[in-house]
Design a protein around this ligand. Sequence first.
Ligand SMILES: Nc1nc2c(ncn2[C@@H]2O[C@H](COP(=O)(O)OP(=O)(O)O)[C@@H](O)[C@H]2O)c(=O)[nH]1
Ligand SMILES: [Mg+2]
Length: 256
Amino acid sequence: MFHLASSLYTQYTKREQYNILILGLDNAGKTTFLEHIKLLYPSSTETNSTAKKKRKNESGEGIEEEEGESSNNTVKLLRQKRIFPTVGQNTTTIKFEGSSSDSPMSSQFKNINLKFWDLGGQKSLRNMWSRYFKQCHGIIFIIDSTDTQRFQECYDTLIEIAHDDSWIIDDEDNDNIDGVMNVPILMLANKQDLPQAVDLVSLKTGVFIQLVSELEATDSKLLPVSVLENQGLKESLEWLVTRLIYNKSNKRPEYK
Ligand SMILES: Nc1nc2c(ncn2[C@@H]2O[C@H](COP(=O)(O)OP(=O)(O)O)[C@@H](O)[C@H]2O)c(=O)[nH]1
Ligand SMILES: [Mg+2]
C-alpha cells in the first residue's frame, strides 16, 4: 500500500525524464541540432563538463555563445554561434512542450524532460556510444543528406548500433534478453536546405533500402530536416516523444 502511494506521489509530482542519444557521423549536424533545440526550448539547462569547459574558454570543444538569446529568431541566433567539432560530449536537458495545445497528444506531453547527449561522431569515438545504450530511452541518428560518399558508412553504423550487445539487458527493470534494440530510433536526413541534398524517397530507395528489415521490430522513422533552418525539428521531436511515451513500459523514464 505504501509502495503504491509513493509511486503515485512520484508520478503526479515529478517530471518524467527521457534520455536521448544524438548519434551520427562527424559533420552530420548533431551539435547544431542540440544548439537549435536549446533555442527552441529556452528552459534548457546545460549540466555537463563541456559547459564548464566552455565557460573556462578552453580550446577544442563546444560552442561560443553571443548575446541576445531572448530573441525568437532562432535561425539567426544559431548562425551567430560558432560550433566546433565535438571531442567529448554536450549534454542538455529541456522541458518539452508540444507545438499545439489542440493536438490530441498535448495532455500526454505535459511534465516531460528530455535529456540529450551529443556524443562525438568521429570514427575513433564511436566505440564509446554503446556505453550509453543502457541508460538511453531513444536515439536520434543524424545523416548529412549531401554526403553521398558516406551513406554506406551511415548505414553500417546504424546496423552496428541496432545489433550491439549492450541491448541485451536482463535485470529487474528491463527484460530484454533477446538483444533487439528496445528504444525508438529517429533518423533525420539533415541539410535538406542545400540543393545537393538527396531527398527522402531517394534515400529510402538507395543504400538505406534494407534498413527497415534490419531494424526488425524497432520503432523507427526517417524524416527530412534542416537543422540549421529549423525545418522539421519540432515535428520530429514530437514523433520521438510520442514513441518514448508508447515505449514507457519497456523502458521506464526517470522521475526528476
Ligand atoms: N546547410 C546546412 N548546414 C548544416 C545543417 N546542419 C548543420 N550544418 C553544418 O554542418 C557542419 C557540421 O555541423 P556540426 O553540428 O558541427 O556537426 P556534428 O559533427 O555532427 O556535431 C557545420 O558547418 C554546420 O553549420 C543544415 O541543416 N543545413
Ligand atoms: Mg559535434
